[in-house]
Write a protein that binds this ligand. Structure first.
Ligand code: 5GP
Ligand code: ZN
Length: 129
C-alpha cells in the first residue's frame, strides 16, 4: 500500500489539518513554504486526472478550507498545483494537490514553468479543435 494510502487510513503519522468524507489535507514533510499542505483523495488514484468528479469535489472543497486556514500566516498568495507523471515531477503516485502559501518576503516565486517557447499558436489550435 502506498504511503499516502497509509496516511489516509491513519496507519502512518501526518499532521492532518482537515478532512471531509473523501479527502484529507496534511502538512508536506518537506515544506517549500510555511504551511505547505497536500490535499489527497482518501482512495488511491494514480494522479489527479484519474480522480472521479464526485471525489474531486471533496478534494477542492478541502483545498478551499485549507487556504482559509492558512490565512492565519498572512500569505500573499497560493500556488495550488498538481504534478501529473514523472516527467512533470510527480514522485508519489497517489493523487495529490500541493497548496503552497506564498509570501512577499520569500523573494522570487520558485514555482516557474520555464521560458516560453516560440511556436505557431494557430497550428497548435488547429490540432486541438
Ligand atoms: P510530488 O513531487 O509527487 O508532486 O510531491 C510529493 C510530495 O510529498 C513532496 O512535496 C514530499 O515532500 C511529500 N511527501 C513525501 N513523502 C511524504 C510523507 O511521508 N509524509 C508527508 N507528509 N509528505 C510526504
Ligand atoms: Zn495510495
Amino acid at each position: 500500500m502506498c504511503i499516502f494510502c497509509k496516511i489516509a487510513r491513519r496507519e502512518e503519522r501526518a499532521y492532518v489539518i482537515y478532512e471531509n468524507e473523501k479527502a484529507m489535507a496534511f502538512l508536506d514533510i518537506n515544506p517549500l513554504s510555511k504551511g505547505h499542505t497536500l490535499v489527497i483523495p482518501k482512495e488511491h488514484y494514480e494522479n489527479v486526472l484519474e480522480v472521479p468528479s464526485d471525489v474531486i469535489k471533496d478534494v477542492f472543497e478541502a483545498i478551499k478550507v485549507v487556504c482559509e486556514k492558512l490565512r492565519v500566516f498572512n500569505p500573499d498568495g497560493f500556488n495550488v498545483v498538481s504534478n501529473v507523471g514523472k516527467q512533470a515531477g510527480q514522485v508519489i503516485m497517489h493523487a495529490h494537490i500541493h497548496v503552497i502559501p506564498r509570501y512577499r518576503d520569500e523573494g522570487e516565486n520558485p514555482i516557474k514553468f520555464g521560458k516560453p517557447i516560440e511556436i505557431d499558436l494557430e497550428e497548435v489550435y488547429k490540432a486541438l479543435v
